[in-house]
Write a protein that binds this ligand. Structure first.
Ligand code: GDP
Length: 442
């Protein structure tokens, strides 16, 4: 309300919670939801970041019981990355290189639909090969942040269209960050990356190949990482707890949160289970024994799978949509000069909506125009600088030539003077012979 505006009296609203007698039918709503979910399927867009060879592909294969590498070779993976995103990435990777980001960080997307008991999950894995591999990793995260932003932009554009199709949600729902199993402290690159990324997507840190560390080393490493995260204000994904949750759910949520970063082990192989030699399990076989990936006493792999798929996939979506995307969206619109009017409740008005869309479009256009002007200005000033440079060069050459000619002139004058002097001195040393008069006369 504007200052001084008198608001109409609010009617007295009383909310009464009551148990109804007789069956109305809305207790069946969860079943409707269930049916709809099965029909539509689920999706997860997962960003995997870590050095080459740290075990990202193996972990994805282990988590989803798939063979992503083999599928790629078979042609089984559909590169479902939308074309416009792919093209933007190329452009932006090039731009990123201009801005000093290492050109080696690329974005690769693989996507496939997997099914379990009739429920489908469209899994998209976004990898950033080259991250952390360069000698100078300054701004190595730029291409990754651009990828996340361009996915948000794509969703924002889809939302603003008259015919909205929001079923294709390409936004990143979680980032698995693979930490090297050094057992020491996080490196500056780890911290810088996590500090940037935790505000853009749900961050889930994992200690890769944790089978090379002892239990004590893992405990100490986890403590150190948590301490470093706290010092930098880095927030990892926290499974939410609701009032209605029972004690067990709350305990699970707390355990999942406090166990981060998960010390995980992945494997592409199936080995004989030492506990039950008749069956094979996904695991790693060493001369001293077997590590079964899904054995909870040997790694946190099951915690990661629980968080990511079994328990909190929907919460990852919700936080992406309600918190992270919302933050991005409002910042973007504010930057475009669109003000939010929270003071008056407005009913949906198509004209107003059109007006807003027009404003958004105009703001975009003027931003583009400003950018183009900027580029033009830059080009003009570059040209001017070039011209100035060639003018200075020309001037310098002219001066050089003039100096040379002046020198030559001086030298010639000197020569002339010397010549004159020598003529004079010759004339003085040999007086003129008197003319022999009358010699021709006889
Ligand atoms: P990416 O380049 O990050 O995708 O790494 P890969 O998944 O291709 O794995 C690189 C190598 O590390 C392979 O030889 C894997 O067998 C091995 N590896 C993967 N996960 C683990 C693990 O948990 N423990 C150990 N010791 N080796 C692993």
């Amino acid at each position: 309300p504007t200052p001084g505006q008198v608001l109409p009296d609010q009617p007295d609203v009383k909310i009464i919670n009551r148990q109804i007698s007789g069956y109305v039918g809305f207790a069946n709503l969860p079943k409707q939801w269930h049916r709809r979910s099965i029909k539509n399927g689920f999706s997860l867009n997962l960003l995997c970041v870590g050095k080459a060879g740290i075990g990202k592909t193996t972990m994805i294969n282990s988590l989803f019981n798939e063979s992503f590498d083999a599928a790629a070779k078979d042609g089984g993976i559909i590169p479902e990355q939308p074309l416009d995103i792919a093209m933007e990435n190329d452009d932006e990777a090039a731009n990123g290189a201009d801005e000093g980001a290492p050109a080696t960080v690329r974005i690769e997307t693989t996507s496939r639909t997997i099914e379990e008991n009739g429920v489908t999950l469209k899994l998209t894995v976004v990898d950033a090969p080259g991250f952390g591999d360069a000698i100078n990793n300054t701004n190595a995260w730029d291409p990754i942040v651009k990828e996340i932003n361009s996915r948000y932009d794509q969703f924002l554009d889809a939302e603003n269209k008259i015919n909205r199709n929001l079923s294709d949600d390409n936004r990143i729902h979680a980032c698995l960050y693979f930490i090297e199993p050094t057992g020491h402290w996080l490196k500056p690159l780890d911290l810088e990356f996590c500090a940037v990324i935790h505000e853009k997507c749900n961050l889930i840190p994992v200690i890769a190949k944790s089978d090379i560390l002892t239990d004590d080393e893992i405990t100490l490493f986890k403590e150190r990482i948590s301490q470093q995260f706290a010092e930098r204000g880095i927030q990892t994904f926290k499974p939410p707890v609701y009032k209605l949750d029972d004690k067990e759910t709350v305990e699970v949520a707390n355990k999942l949160y406090s166990s981060m970063p998960y010390a995980v082990v992945g494997s592409n192989d199936f080995v004989r289970d030492p506990a039950n030699p008749d069956v094979t399990v996904r695991g790693r076989e060493y001369p001293w024994g077997v590590i079964a990936v899904e054995n909870e006493s040997q790694s946190d792999f099951m915690l990661l799978r629980d968080l990511l798929i079994k328990q909190y996939l929907e919460e990852l979506h919700e936080r992406t949509n309600n918190v992270l995307y919302e933050k991005y969206r409002s910042e973007k619109l504010i930057n475009l000069g669109i003000k939010q009017d929270n003071s008056v409740f407005r009913e949906f008005d198509p004209n107003m909506r059109q007006e807003e869309e027009k404003k958004l479009h105009e703001a975009k256009l003027s931003k583009l125009e400003a950018e183009m002007k900027n580029v033009f200005q830059q080009k003009v000033s570059e040209k001017e600088k070039k011209l100035q440079k060639s003018e200075t060069e020309l001037f310098a050459r002219h001066k050089e030539m003039k100096d040379k000619l002046t020198k030559q002139l001086k030298a010639l004058e000197e020569k002339k003077r010397q010549l004159e002097m020598s003529i004079q001195s010759q004339a003085q040393s040999s007086p003129a012979q008197p003319k022999k008069k009358g010699f021709l006369r006889g």
